[in-house]
Design a protein around this ligand. Structure first.
Ligand SMILES: [Zn+2]
Length: 123
């Protein structure tokens, strides 16, 4: 899908089966942020596919409550890690408390942004 010069795409093999409405909302926020900050191509690297067994709890990926995004090629240079953290923090702020936003494996081979709907209990 083209939005002006920006592109939203799925990495080959990504499956979105059962994506929750909350994650559709989150993806809209992520894509809008990418466009607003001119980050270029927004690529979803994982939906309900892939291996997500390293999580300390059952992964939201398998029930449509998590998406991963490619961030590895967004920046280069010594300030890169701080820019990744600033991106993570901006999306945490935009999505608020019921979403988990993680910058995983920063500067590593599996670096990506993880966004998951993880609602807090209403008391
Ligand atoms: Zn993930």
């Amino acid at each position: 899908m083209c939005l002006g010069d920006e592109v939203i795409s799925l990495k080959p093999g990504v499956r979105l089966l059962g994506l929750s409405p909350q994650m559709v909302f989150a993806h809209t926020v992520v894509a809008a942020y990418w466009v607003e900050t001119q980050l270029g191509n927004v690529t979803v690297t994982s939906g309900c596919d892939g291996n997500h067994t390293n999580a300390p709890r059952p992964s939201g990926h398998y029930v449509g409550n998590a998406l991963d995004y490619h961030i590895k090629s967004l920046w280069v240079g010594p300030q890169r890690a701080s820019k990744v953290i600033a991106l993570r923090d901006a999306l945490r702020s935009a999505l608020r408390d019921d979403f988990l936003v993680l910058a995983e494996d920063v500067d590593g081979p599996n670096e990506h942004l993880h966004v998951e709907w993880l609602p807090k209990r209403i008391t």
